[in-house]
Design a binder for this molecule. Structure first.
Ligand code: M6R
Length: 611
């Protein structure tokens, strides 16, 4: 939710701020702004719309100054207006701030400030912070002291970048529950909501922890703990490169990310797969002893990551023979779910910054549970909360609709399942070898599905004018039906629902008529294939349009369905890694044909850092 970047440099910063905020745009894109410290005052340029639109009007890059901050907004408090866009400047005109998060006690603070005669220009919660800093600066010795005094009064989440004309080469950064990294450039220091915005300038970063304050000038970086004591923090080297965060000739990030999946699965499994076993890196701290001691797994996640968790539940129960359940992180946190000893809490997240998931994970840590994160972003808050982390190697995922992050999460779950089955002896060595072999073949089989993008685009034409869609799947493919429906909803705005195929006749079947496309995942497995054929017949009998995902070589389904997309045969448990690809491509093409902004769907943000 919202992206922030700030730079203090020996050179003009506005062009870099504009570029940085463009890279962060997937976090929020309803309005955008830049503020720099110029000789004659704060240069503030902000407006409503996406970065390119507002930049074309205001020419961010020409703003003078060697210190500045920028912001792209996903509004929480106050409408989408120029006044509510960040940065916000204090009434005296000397201080500017950008903020990501929610100030929970802002109404109370605002009332106090109003009683003291303060005037507000926006409806945002952020504006109280700029007032508090200005008020504190009247008696404080430095900008950092004023920020410290102001943030001590705040309840809620924040990542803040603050600049002031009185100290024109200084940039202050602080955070609580919202992410913020400090980057070390050449004769400059930077701050950003995530590393994607920094890659062009540096790969060396420090992750700020809650209520720490960074005081930056072009040549110095001092970090203070919440008590004001100066501290040394470890620097981290980012292993992503700039190209990884670019479109590489694809029309959209989402399409590029869909096509990257075979390589990203390889990156995720290769370091951990041996011929006859799975081995986790020593820094994960995951050992056979720990896995052997697990007798129940509870998954915590949101959105697409929650769908990955549902596949995880299937894998753990089916293969590792460990009971598992899946919780919406936002619900778990506010329920007193009894968690017996021996339970492993597994949080899954692309960003590692989803507020609901991290809050649930923190709750699990507080209760003394063993925790493990499956996460794509190194150094993210989640990886610092959980006792163990398995990193997925999806690289930066910029498209708001998650694709490669999902499949690499599935790959990590397969690895964990094999590791657990190995430790507990719940699968024979031969079964483990078969799974390892099956997993190794996945990237090349994925390529075969992606080769059908052209045909899938043709099928997508059938769906562009529909208002609804139903997705059906059974077993390990039920979560994929949910994921297919979510992908369609979020980027093409067509209403879609996923169901276990057998559930259709318990209600949703009433919706089926000529206007209803039904996407049926129908792999040729021994247990449910025939039943799923029955479900297809039921849809056809009511004149629905069936788009089937079938196993290569299946000759029955093409005779029943209106359209068939084939995926290569795999082990049943690995099937979700195949069946999700056509659904991602289908949603992508439907959205693109409907003229939707695929990478920046309305109302969404890539990283949901508010509860
Ligand atoms: O970063 P996370 O994986 O924790 O994010 C969770 C959800 O916000 C995310 O998966 C969301 O549902 C995506 N827009 C789905 O495409």
């Amino acid at each position: 939710m919202c992206g922030i970047i700030g730079i203090t440099s020996t050179r003009p910063v506005a062009a870099k701020l504009a570029q940085g905020v463009r890279r962060l745009e997937y976090r929020g894109y309803d309005s955008v702004g830049v503020a720099t410290l110029a000789d004659n005052g704060i240069e503030l340029r902000k407006g409503v719309g996406k970065v390119d639109q507002v930049d074309a009007e205001l020419d961010f890059a020409s703003a003078p100054g060697i210190t500045g901050i920028a912001h792209c907004r996903w509004g929480t408090h106050g409408g989408i207006t120029q006044a509510n866009a960040h940065p916000h400047v204090a009434p005296g005109g000397r201080i500017a701030i950008v903020h990501n998060g929610i100030i929970e006690n802002f109404l109370e603070l605002k009332e106090q400030l109003l009683a003291e005669g303060a005037q507000f220009l926006s409806e945002t919660d952020t504006e109280v912070v700029v007032h508090l800093i200005e008020r504190a600066l009247k008696v404080a010795d430095s900008l950092e002291e004023a920020v410290h005094v102001a943030t001590a009064q705040i309840v809620g989440s924040y990542a803040l970048g603050v600049v002031c004309l009185d100290e024109p080469d200084k940039l202050i950064a602080t955070r609580n529950e919202s992410p913020l990294v400090v980057g070390f450039g050449e004769d400059e220091h930077l701050i950003a909501s995530d590393v994607a915005a920094l890659l062009e300038h540096t790969k060396t970063v420090v992750y700020l922890d809650n209520r720490e304050v960074a005081v930056l000038t072009p040549g110095s970086c001092s970090i203070f703990d919440p008590h004001g004591e100066k501290i040394d923090k470890p620097r981290h080297e980012i292993d992503w490169d700039v190209e990884a965060a670019e479109k590489a000739g694809y029309e959209h990030y989402m399409l590029k990310e869909i096509f990257e999946q075979p390589a990203k699965i390889t990156d995720t499994i290769r370091p951990r797969l041996r011929d006859h076993e799975v081995v986790f890196e020593p820094d994960t701290g995951i050992t056979a002893d720990i896995l052997r001691g697990v007798d129940r797994v509870v998954f915590l996640a949101c959105g697409t990551s929650w769908h990955a968790a549902m596949v995880g539940e299937f894998l753990f129960e089916e293969l590792a023979k460990v009971p598992a359940e899946v919780e919406y992180a936002s619900e778990f946190r506010y329920r007193n779910t009894p968690i017996p000893p021996g339970t492993l809490l597994v949080a899954i997240s692309q960003s590692g910054e989803t507020a609901d998931t991290n809050a649930a994970l923190e709750e699990a840590v507080r209760r003394g549970n063993r925790t493990l994160a499956i996460c794509n972003v190194r150094g993210s808050s989640m990886t610092r909360i959980a006792a163990h982390t398995i990193h997925t190697h999806a690289g930066p995922e910029i498209g708001v609709a998650s694709t490669k992050a999902f499949t690499t999460q599935l790959a990590a779950l397969y690895l964990l399942t094999i590791g657990m089955a190995q430790a507990k002896g719940s699968l024979s060595q031969q079964q483990i070898d078969t799974m390892i072999m099956g997993l190794r073949e996945i990237p090349q089989k994925m390529e075969r599905v992606l080769d059908q993008a052209g045909e899938i685009q043709n099928i997508a034409k059938q769906m562009t004018s529909r208002s609804n869609a139903i997705y059906l799947g059974r077993g390990a493919h039920f979560p994929i039906a949910l994921e297919g429906a979510l992908k369609l909803k979020e980027i093409s705005y067509i209403h879609a629902e996923g169901y276990p195929a057998a559930e259709m006749k318990h209600g949703p079947i009433a919706l089926i008529d000529k206007q209803m496309p039904v996407i049926v995942i129908a792999p040729q497995d021994k247990l449910t294939y025939q039943k799923t054929l029955g479900n297809i017949e039921e849809v056809k009998a009511r004149e629905g349009t069936v788009i089937a995902i079938a196993t290569e070589g299946d000759e029955v389904i093409p005779r029943l369905a209106d359209f068939t997309i084939f995926v290569p045969e795999t082990l049943y448990s690995l099937g979700p890694l195949m069946s999700v690809l056509p659904l991602q491509l289908l949603s992508y093409h439907v959205a693109e044909l409907r003229g939707c902004d695929v990478d920046k769907p309305r109302n969404l943000s890539k990283v949901v850092t508010v509860e």
